[in-house]
Design a protein around this ligand. Structure first.
Ligand SMILES: Nc1ncnc2c1ncn2[C@@H]1O[C@H](COP(=O)(O)OP(=O)(O)O)[C@@H](O)[C@H]1O
Ligand SMILES: [Mg+2]
Length: 155
């Protein structure tokens, strides 16, 4: 596990950018954390690292937005999913197991339909003496994600 602390939006975005630069076709990133912790901010960085210039907005109602860069980004925010089976209406497997990079906010909503291998990132907000601190924990789930975790050591 890697634990990274950030104290402003820009630093969280920068971390996302580093991950985006290292991302590969078929990579899946599951982003956990309460509302307002910085999941979308991190996703903006990932998009930037993928060379996507279009602005990233939360797919609150459509549940998924697709962007085109060095690799495509499939950005899911499934907060509003009422049951996991609704994922089939989105043809989610085409994206998860496709050519681009998948990022999912609120992956808990997938329950058993989630992937077996992925990069787990959890963001926790701590209000430490007025400082807007974030604890970002990165856990590789599966062998291919372990190398990335090691490469992040320099951040
Ligand atoms: N260290 C930090 N990292 C990320 N966001 C931060 C940080 N400190 C403050 N913020 C603020 O927290 C909010 C995070 O929003 P957002 O990324 O939309 O959250 P989420 O997608 O998790 O609901 C933004 O308003 C951002 O400016
Ligand atoms: Mg969000």
């Amino acid at each position: 596990m890697r634990e990274i602390y950030t104290y402003c939006e820009e630093d969280t975005q920068k971390l996302g950018e580093e991950i985006g630069k290292m991302a590969w076709s078929g990579m899946i990133i599951l982003l956990k954390g309460d509302l307002g912790t910085g999941k979308t901010v991190l996703t903006r960085g990932i998009a930037r690292g993928l060379g996507i210039e279009e602005p990233i907005t939360s797919p609150t109602y459509t549940l998924m937005h697709q962007y085109y860069g060095r690799l495509s980004l499939y950005h899911f925010d499934i907060y509003r999913l009422s049951q996991p089976e609704e994922l089939y209406d989105l043809d989610y497997e085409e994206f998860f197991y496709g050519q681009g990079v998948t990022v999912v906010e609120w992956p808990e909503r997938m329950e058993d339909l989630g992937p077996d291998e992925y990069l787990s990132i959890t963001i926790e907000k701590k209000l430490d003496h007025g400082r807007d601190e974030r604890i970002i924990r990165i856990i590789p789930m599966g062998e291919i994600y372990e190398k990335l975790e090691k490469d992040l050591i320099n951040i």
